[in-house]
Design a protein around this ligand. Structure first.
Ligand SMILES: CSC[C@H]1O[C@H](OP(=O)(O)O)[C@H](O)[C@@H]1O
Length: 340
């Protein structure tokens, strides 16, 4: 299999490597992955994360195993096991479905490898298209608020919502970004801040609970977020706290955009209520000692509610920025998403 290099995932010299995003930004540690057990742990612990990227990481592992003369039956089981790691981001299911088709072909080893490579390279192109469409929505001097991390760390390319911000800055040179820290795992404060610094894009880090007062003060011009799964009616699941922003944006009449590739679209899910929301370990909310350098601060036995995502209804969304263009409420109401 050819070398494939992305910010946090690479296949080089026949070795699959994953950048440990749980340790970023203060430690850059790459893990080698040779088996399903390791990839499952990397995905479940969000060492590899981001809707598009977890699908690509899983796909590259399957391709690596195929190249190692793994039997068809073991590959089929590996696809099932990886697909079962996280239930909300549909990109993973899309990738695994394509690999199942490849596995049924006569020359399945070549087909699986080619499919994984194609998915990886397609994602790079999808990011460029989304960013180009989305950047046209940004005006000079805009203050953009974003949530979680949707950049190069979460994709094989420049990202989804953060890719829009990257291209908008290339276009205008004078935008500013409010970065939600994104409790509880701080993907915004750790990863988006890290990426914006690398790209030298001015940003201000805020706690999630500060977004409302910034909007009330007229300091937020637009909001761009990513998605883990977009239902056929335009509702979407994204990192928990996204729905808060959509409601606040609606109240303050601020443009609210979701940015995602078509691989995040799930036309078999009719509406947001049908999207399964991943429930995660309470320790992430109570406080994790070690990796973030934080001590446990909540009572050890505190009961915790820790959904990884929430659902935003289509009626709160100004526009859907996909790789195929920008879609309005009217487009969605006439069933544009069902046309894919
Ligand atoms: C382009 S990444 C999309 C999506 O994935 C993230 O979730 P996680 O960090 O749990 O993998 C977040 O919801 C992003 O918006």
């Amino acid at each position: 299999m050819q070398d494939l290099i992305a910010s946090s995932l690479k296949f080089q010299n026949n070795t699959l490597m994953v950048l440990d995003q749980y340790l970023l930004p203060h430690q850059q540690v790459w893990h080698e992955c040779r088996d399903v057990k390791t990839m499952r742990e990397l995905i479940l612990s969000l060492k590899i994360r981001g809707a598009p990227l977890i699908g690509l990481g899983a796909s590259l592992l399957i391709a690596y195993l195929a190249e190692q003369d793994t039997t068809k039956a073991v590959l089929a089981q590996a696809i099932d096991d990886l697909e079962a790691t996280r239930p909300t981001a549909v990109n993973l299911m899309h990738c695994m479905a394509k690999l199942r088709v490849a596995l049924q072909q006569q020359d399945y080893v070549a087909e699986v490898i080619n499919t994984a490579v194609k998915l990886f390279n397609e994602d790079i192109a999808l990011c460029e298209k989304m960013a180009t469409h989305g950047a046209k929505l940004v005006n000079s001097g805009d203050n953009i608020l974003t949530h979680c991390n949707t950049g190069a760390l979460a994709t094989a390319g420049i990202g989804t919502a953060l890719g829009v911000i990257y291209k908008a800055q290339q276009r205008h040179g004078d935008i500013h970004v409010w970065v939600d820290e994104t409790r509880p795992l701080l993907q915004g404060g750790r990863l988006t801040a890290f990426e914006l610094e690398r790209w030298q894009i001015p940003y201000t880090l805020i706690c999630d609970n500060m977004a409302a007062s910034l909007m009330a003060a007229g300091k937020v011009d637009k909001i761009f977020v990513g998605a883990d799964r977009i239902a056929a009616n335009g509702d979407f699941a994204n990192k928990v706290g996204t729905y808060n922003l959509a409601v606040l944006a609606h109240f303050h009449d601020i443009e609210f955009y979701v940015v995602a590739p078509l691989t995040t679209l799930d036309i078999n899910t009719a509406c947001g209520k049908e999207i399964e929301i991943e429930q995660r370990n309470g320790a992430e909310v109570r406080g994790v000692s070690g990796s973030f350098g934080e001590a446990l601060w909540a009572p050890t036995n505190a009961k915790v509610y820790n959904p990884a995502f929430d659902v935003t209804p289509a009626k709160l969304i100004t526009g859907w920025v996909l790789d195929t263009g920008v879609y309005s409420q009217a487009d969605i109401k006439r069933g544009a998403l069902r046309g894919f």
